[in-house]
Every structure is written in structure tokens, then in C-alpha cells.
Design a protein around this ligand. Structure first.
Ligand code: MN
Length: 234
């Protein structure tokens, strides 16, 4: 496994956060994308071990970032299977204690499709984690089946606009409608927004003009290992 950071930038193009992403270097197939190996890991249960490892790595990265003077929030993708584990909160507490990572710099990205199962348990768990200082982001907002009513009940910090919608900008009317709607929901619920998969200046211009506070994508930065990331900040 090779863990990478992808910078998120604010309206002025300054780094305002980063997401921890995995690249897996297979001896024969080369670089294998998470889209290929995460579903396999999910189906085999290996995701729990992988998820725990990623969380611990993320916490260590946060400590390194802080030591290097980068006081940025770090977003970590949390698998629905992890969130469903009975002792997940305890696991997180333990990793925070072991690494000394600042919980208020951690953002847990969860996919909305899975939050609708066992809603009450999920809500309780999310509230416990947010009491520790951890913030929550809905990763693929708009692609799943979540009810707007949940937005009120979840301790949410952020919505992520899925890359499939960003790809259609600025010309596709359907993509524009969804992006404007997500931004409007975020304003009304006082939530932060990150648009992911921003690859062209035209997409970035459209998003900025529409008031999207944070952007992530190849236009700004590719995912790179932490030492490279630190070197790039100069
Ligand atoms: Mn993500």
C-alpha cells in the first residue's frame, strides 16, 4: 500500500485541507486504483484491517503535518463496515491516544448510501465521534438515497460534490442543476463543501463563481506521498 495526500484548495487557491488516498502498487499490474481494490476489500472483510491501518496512518500523518507547521484538516475515507463495528468509537479513541493526533483536524468521509442503514445506531456513533472533535463529511453527496431529513440529525460538517457531477461542468444542464442544488443545501444547513475531481479551469471557474468554498482535483494537485507533499509546499 502507498498512502497519498491530495490537497484541497480554498477560493484563493491556497491549501485548506487534504484527503488521504491509497495507491496500491501491484508487482505485476503496477498502480491499482482504489476503485478496483476497495470493493474487493469490502467484500472480503479485509476492509476492516485496511481501514484501521489507514486511520492509524492518517493520525500519524496529522502529527507529522503539525510538526512541519501545516495546520490542515485531513480527510480520511471511512468504510461503512468500519462505522458499523460495535467498537469503532473505542478503536478511534485508542488510535488518537496512541498517536497523539489532534481529533479536531480529522474529517471522516462517509458515503451517504450506507448511512441509511441502522440510522439510529449510526447517528449515535457519529455523535460520540463528533464529541471527540472529529468532523463528518458525506463523500458522494447526491449520488445515493439519503433523505434531507438526516442532514438535520447528523453531526455533519461537510458535503462533497461527486466528481461525476463536476465532470459535466460548465455545459451540462443536469450537472449544473445538481451542483447548484448541493451548494444551496450546504448554505441552508451551514455546511462546508468540497468539489472533487476538478480537472479544468472552466470547472473551477464555474464552481468558484457559484460559491463553492473548496476544490480538489488534478487541476490543483495529484495525490502524492507525504514526503513529496511536504516538499511541494516549499
Ligand atoms: Mn473521499
Amino acid at each position: 500500500g502507498l498512502e497519498c495526500l491530495q490537497t484541497q484548495v480554498d477560493a484563493g487557491g491556497r491549501p485548506c485541507g487534504a484527503e488521504l488516498l491509497l495507491r496500491w502498487l501491484h508487482p505485476v499490474r503496477g498502480s491499482v486504483s482504489p476503485a478496483q481494490f476497495i470493493p474487493l476489500a469490502e467484500s472480503t472483510g479485509l476492509i476492516l484491517e485496511l481501514g484501521h491501518w489507514v486511520l492509524a496512518q492518517g493520525c500519524r500523518m496529522l502529527v507529522t503535518l503539525a510538526q512541519a507547521g501545516h495546520d490542515l484538516p485531513l480527510s480520511i475515507n471511512i468504510s461503512p463496515r468500519q462505522l458499523r463495528e460495535a467498537d469503532f468509537v473505542e478503536q478511534v479513541r485508542r488510535v488518537l491516544a496512541e498517536t497523539g493526533a489532534p481529533a479536531d483536524r480529522l474529517v471522516f468521509e462517509v458515503t451517504e448510501g450506507h448511512l441509511v442503514e441502522n440510522v439510529e445506531t449510526m447517528l449515535a456513533r457519529m455523535r460520540e465521534l463528533s464529541a471527540l472533535g472529529i468532523r463528518f463529511s458525506i463523500d458522494d453527496f447526491g449520488t445515493g438515497y439519503s433523505s434531507l431529513a438526516y442532514l438535520n440529525r447528523m453531526p455533519l460538517y461537510e458535503l462533497k460534490i461527486d466528481r461525476s457531477f463536476v465532470q459535466g461542468l460548465p455545459d451540462d444542464l443536469h450537472a449544473r442543476g445538481i451542483v447548484e442544488t448541493v451548494l444551496s443545501i450546504a448554505r441552508n444547513f451551514s455546511l462546508h463543501v468540497v468539489a472533487e475531481g476538478v480537472e479544468t479551469q472552466a470547472q473551477a471557474d464555474y464552481l468558484r463563481h457559484s460559491g463553492c468554498p473548496s476544490l480538489q482535483g488534478y487541476l490543483y494537485a495529484r495525490p502524492v506521498p507525504l514526503p513529496d507533499w511536504l516538499a511541494q509546499q516549499g
